[in-house]
Write a protein that binds this ligand. Sequence first.
Ligand SMILES: Cc1cc2nc3c(=O)[nH]c(=O)nc-3n(C[C@H](O)[C@H](O)[C@H](O)COP(=O)(O)OP(=O)(O)OC[C@H]3O[C@@H](n4cnc5c(N)ncnc54)[C@H](O)[C@@H]3O)c2cc1C
Length: 398
Amino acid sequence: MLYDAIIVGGGAVGLATALQLQKLDTKLNVLVLEKEAVVANHQTGNNSNVIHSGVYYKPGSLKARNCIQGYNMLIDFCRKYEVPFSLCGKIIVATEEKEIPVLKTIQDRGQQNGLQNLRMLKAEELREYEPHVAGIAGIHVPQTGIVDYRVVAEKYAEVFQQQGGELRLGEKVIDVQLSSEKVVVVTQKSSYTGKLLVNCAGLYSDKIAGLTMKNVDFRIIPFRGEYFKLKKEKEYLVKTLIYPVPDPNFPFLGVHFTTMVGGGVECGPNAVLAFKREGYKKTDINISELTETLSWPGFRKVVSKYWRTGIGEMYRSYSKPAFTRALQKLLPEIQEGDLIEGGAGVRAQACDRKGGLLDDFLILEDKLVINVCNAPSPAATSSLSIGATVAELAKKRL
Ligand SMILES: Cc1cc2nc3c(=O)[nH]c(=O)nc-3n(C[C@H](O)[C@H](O)[C@H](O)COP(=O)(O)OP(=O)(O)OC[C@H]3O[C@@H](n4cnc5c(N)ncnc54)[C@H](O)[C@@H]3O)c2cc1C
């Protein structure tokens, strides 16, 4: 059997790419290999479940373009296949004077990215949306929504298979052999031959890329994001989504409040170095993966530049009172006892040799291989758009 395309990774990006390949050509024979027994078991299934509007991203960047396109495609998909979602809107809240100019930048970016009806808010106006919030100013973003990305990915997988695609679960890719015309993908159970390999392996995208190309000069650094949940009796404190103003150096930092599409309110996440790529618990450790992270020159540069921020995040990870204090900046009424331990997700953050944390999507190509090396947030929102881009690149080779 010769597949047209073999995709590694059954997360949102891999499955969306598979769907978009089928859309370009229904005759294509596409195989998705996923190492877990279910799809979406890593980043896609353990994230904040926010449908991002694109308000933050630099106009013209891949992130901005894919987010806005992906937002519309995702909503169409959810409507078509009856995946529950809600466009509940969110507020971004400034709690310090120095954050007000950043709000203005966000508003300008949002407008340049085509978002309408963004509303700058004074302190008293914040409470029209969120009566319990504390802040000195803010923005209301009506387009932001919520969904369950595990359900979205399961639906991607279902539609892909109904349209003739093949999804094999429990197939961990351990080797790739390239010849001039074809690629043999070796898993722990079997091997598969294709005309093209598409790597969407998330936390292991650098490893798969390393099997297909020389000089892969970045590493995935895993950052765990831990959540608490609000006790049922305190859920009334949050109506929709409450976000802090992002730090331009670390846009993914800053705990926020998110109502969930199935009910409940999540608080978080923080971001701490995970001692294992798929390490969801504080005690999870993989010595060889940790050694690789610590010995990567880029990571050491990140530590030397940002150790203070890192220590703050670690402190909030181990100290519930400190985590609570971070939340109280936005919602002063919250008490430590209102928070129940929630889950965690691990972010695949690509880091180059010089200590640059790659912020935009990164795709590395070769004749028979497309490596989606960095698909950071909002890649769940953007998945169908990233998938369409990757599918176009793939189609040119088939
Ligand atoms: C804490 C957190 C919060 C986030 N919040 C949001 C949000 O609210 N909104 C948003 O849009 N984005 C959010 N993101 C980002 C988003 O979740 C990711 O960008 C997106 O899910 C990436 O999808 P993916 O398919 O690339 O990766 P993944 O979902 O990680 O999928 C990769 C898959 O590859 C498989 N795989 C790996 N190695 C192999 C191998 N050797 N063989 C076979 N299979 C393999 C894995 O098992 C996995 O299923 C968040 C991320 C995190 C971690």
